[in-house]
Design a protein. Structure first.
Length: 126
């Protein structure tokens, strides 16, 4: 990837389109937003594939991500809480817990931060 400086922030062109990144969210996505999005969506994608392989009848998944940052240490991300809201029929909570653990172990983004950011995953069925 190559990033070009803008008046406020940077931009890059990717296969899907142009991405603007800035510490000021009026000019682009903030870096921490992109990091949290990468971790939550990667984990959710792996989780969805595992549920499909387990033949779980999942109609929809919503991911809620909350972030804890440490202002005293450069406002670093300390923890990301990922909460899955899962809609489906005849879902087995034990199998979902197993799938969630397996997804965390197989998500490249989660594994990239495993020793520096605490990732907490929970779920609810609707």
């Amino acid at each position: 990837m190559e990033f070009q400086m803008k008046e406020v922030g940077f931009k890059t062109n990717l296969e899907y389109g142009e991405l603007h990144v800035s510490g000021d969210e009026t000019y682009g996505f903030r870096p921490y937003q992109l990091m949290v999005s990468s971790i939550a969506v990667c984990s959710g994608g792996v989780f969805k594939k595992i549920l499909e392989k387990k033949r779980m009848n999942v109609e929809d998944i919503t991911i809620k991500a909350d972030v804890t940052r440490n202002e005293k240490e450069a406002n670093r991300i300390e923890e990301i809480q990922i909460h899955y809201v899962i809609k489906g029929e005849n879902l087995d909570e034990h199998k979902i817990e197993q799938a969630m653990e397996l997804a965390s172990k197989n998500c490249p983004m989660v594994q990239s931060v495993v020793n520096s950011i605490k990732i907490v995953e929970t779920f609810e069925l609707v």
